[in-house]
Ligand binder design. Structure first.
Ligand SMILES: Nc1ncnc2c1ncn2[C@@H]1O[C@H](COP(=O)(O)OP(=O)(O)OP(=O)(O)O)[C@@H](O)[C@H]1O
Ligand SMILES: [Mg+2]
Length: 587
């Protein structure tokens, strides 16, 4: 798993991060200053103990002892208060940054071309928004402060002990390297083990999910033992992975603890010897014992936090990569608005997905204003692909698509989406009311305009019949509406958008005859007075069109009226024969 960054990548991520954090510069500087002050307070403690022992206890000076105690108390309090301020400040800056980042990523995702979404799995994109941002969340909430603070304490403690007594400090340095080495080992191993745990949990969850989702099939075939065995396998693997992390910790933490005790013993022993020779004072030795804590703890903490910092870096890199993805469909500088009306001209269009083989070859298809053209053809012929090109969800590899004489690539995206509207096979419904979903077609529409659009399609009664009329909640993806009702919402949405050119992918789902008729009538009214390209799956739709284009293996095979094509006894005639033979599909 790619959870760590190379040095070069890390530099890039940091540079980018610095740019993004520029607006928060002042607050970050202030937080750093507070953090340094807080660390100074922490490090002052043992030095005060030294003063208390050497100037108070030793000579029996009660005043000096009191001073040391009181100052210690005050400084500890100030330190705690500063710590509170820092945590709040960093969290506020961090959360603001993350909030803006989430929105930026979401906005960017919505701007990307269809090809991006066909390439990327939705699950992975959601992971970007959840687990990647979560890693950052943990970092900004406490991790970052702790990381910086521990680093400061570590460096600060080393500086201070050398200032107090370089001779004794040299002995401390004997104990530190093994701990640092052990910590590096721990960091590496625990990261590996942690990733393994995450993997295993994922696999175990997948088995669980599959077993539950398929419970009917499992029971129907009496396969419970086999499925349980499979679960036992992944469950065991998860157990092993967890134990491995414990084994690593069980080696590291006792070692560090032992090193601490050993260090203390060493300092007391050597320190005592130094005291006898008047090289250091008793207070200094006491301070050293206390400072040892300030060396060992940060090393432990840092080795744990380091992984979090690494993961956050990797998460940021992935998010930046996403933000750097350019949409394939962009508006070129100096783009013009599409005219209100005009012919649609598909000219010598060749197209393939990605780097793949072409799925459309040299298609030329003129559609006059107000004409209704039906696209028919076998499955996989390229009908939907052609529709996507007509609405500029993709750009052709060769040739061009023009509307009103303007190449779609030269048109402003706003005018393009206004003039040309695609009604997909299954219109997506969003959480909200039926009215909200209809308004999706034209956000500025008033309630009266929505009512007009509904009555224009002759659907007033149909929508009134819903439980709460237009205020009926459709629930997730319209689960509360029937398939037919969902189609009606989708058509009304298009009517409200009021495009000049309507591209329809006829729904293939079978509706009951009554609903079917309502949908067909609404569709008929929606198409009135517009240029329409309809991908026809029903004979009736094809028959009613002005002209029919037969697409076969990515080529325009035939073009003409229903009668003309029947007379030609080619592709269309055989499709027609098939339709006639399958009464259910003739609608
Ligand atoms: N996103 C895609 N990436 C790669 N290939 C695709 C993609 N979408 C469609 N294709 C391929 O392009 C060809 C044409 O597909 P298209 O969806 O245009 O067919 P269609 O005529 O609409 O078929 P249907 O009647 O089944 O809807 C098919 O071979 C299909 O496999
Ligand atoms: Mg299709």
């Amino acid at each position: 798993m790619d959870e760590t960054l190379t040095r070069a990548d890390a530099t890039k991520v940091l540079r980018r991060l610095r740019e993004l954090l520029r607006p928060y510069r002042g607050q970050i500087a202030l937080a750093t200053l507070l953090l340094v002050s807080q660390t100074a307070c922490l490090l002052a403690g043992p030095a005060l103990v030294r003063y208390g022992i050497d100037s108070g206890l030793g000579p029996g000076d009660g005043g000096a002892l009191n001073t040391a105690a009181i100052v210690y108390l005050v400084i500890a309090f100030v330190g705690a208060y500063l710590g509170r301020l820092v945590i709040l400040m960093v969290a506020r800056v961090g959360e603001t940054f993350l909030r803006d980042l989430r929105e930026r990523v979401f906005r960017h995702l919505l701007s990307l071309g269809l090809d991006f979404f066909e390439r990327e799995k939705t699950g992975r994109l959601v992971a970007r928004m959840t687990s990647d941002i979560e890693a950052l969340q943990e970092l900004v909430s406490v991790g970052l402060v702790m990381f910086v603070q521990n680093a400061l304490i570590f460096v600060g403690a080393i500086v201070v002990i050398f200032l107090l007594s370089w001779q004794l400090a040299l002995f401390v340095l004997v104990v530190v390297p093994p701990v640092v080495i052990a910590s590096r080992w721990f960091r590496r191993e625990s990261n590996r083990a942690y990733l393994e745990v995450r993997d295993r949990i994922g696999q175990n969850l997948a088995t669980l999910q599959e077993g539950l989702a398929g419970v009917r099939v499992v029971q129907a075939f009496g396969r419970e033992p086999a499925v349980t065995r499979r679960f036992r396998g992944t469950n065991e693997a998860q157990y092993d992975a967890h134990l491995e992390t414990v084994r690593i910790s069980a080696r590291y933490f006792p070692f560090v603890e032992f090193s601490g005790v050993f260090g203390t013993a060493l300092i007391i022993g050597i320190g005592g010897w130094f005291v006898n020779r008047d090289i250091v004072t008793v207070g200094t030795v006491a301070a050293f014992v206390l400072y040892l804590n300030n060396l060992f703890e940060p090393v432990q903490q840092l080795s744990q936090l380091y992984n979090l910092v690494q993961q956050s870096g990797a998460a940021l890199q992935k998010l930046f990569e996403l933000l750097d993805t350019r949409s394939s469909i962009t508006e070129r500088p100096g783009a013009v608005d599409l005219p209100d009306e005009g012919p649609l001209q598909v000219e010598h269009v060749t197209f393939g997905y990605g780097d793949g083989e072409p799925v459309l070859h040299d298609v030329t298809l003129p559609v006059a204003p107000g004409e209704r053209l039906a696209l028919v053809g076998p499955t996989g012929a390229g009908k939907s692909t052609l529709a996507k090109l007509i609405a500029r969800f993709y750009d052709p590899r060769e040739g061009r698509v023009r509307f009103g004489g303007v190449d779609l690539r030269d048109a402003t995206l706003r005018s393009l989406r206004r003039r040309i509207v695609v009604v997909p096979q299954e219109g997506f419904l969003f959480a909200g009311t039926v009215r909200d979903n209809i308004r999706f077609g034209w956000a500025e529409a008033t309630d009266a305009e929505i009512d007009d659009a509904i009555s224009a399609l002759g659907l007033t009664e149909r929508f009134d019949a819903l439980i709460d009329g237009l205020d009926t909640e459709v629930r997730e993806r319209g689960s509360r509406l029937s398939a037919g009702e969902r189609q009606l919402v989708s058509l009304t949405r298009a009517a409200l958008a009021d495009p000049t050119l309507l591209v329809l992918d006829e729904a293939t789902s079978n509706l009951d005859p009554g609903t079917e008729r309502t949908v067909e009538q609404a569709l008929e009214r929606l198409m009135e007075g517009r240029t329409v390209v309809v991908i026809a799956h029903r004979l009736s739709t094809a028959e009613r069109a002005d002209r029919i284009a037969v697409v076969d293996e990515g080529r325009l095979a035939e073009l003409g009226t229903h009668e003309e094509l029947l007379g030609r006894e080619g592709c269309y005639a055989s499709l027609y024969a098939a339709w006639m033979a399958a009464p259910a599909a003739t609608g």
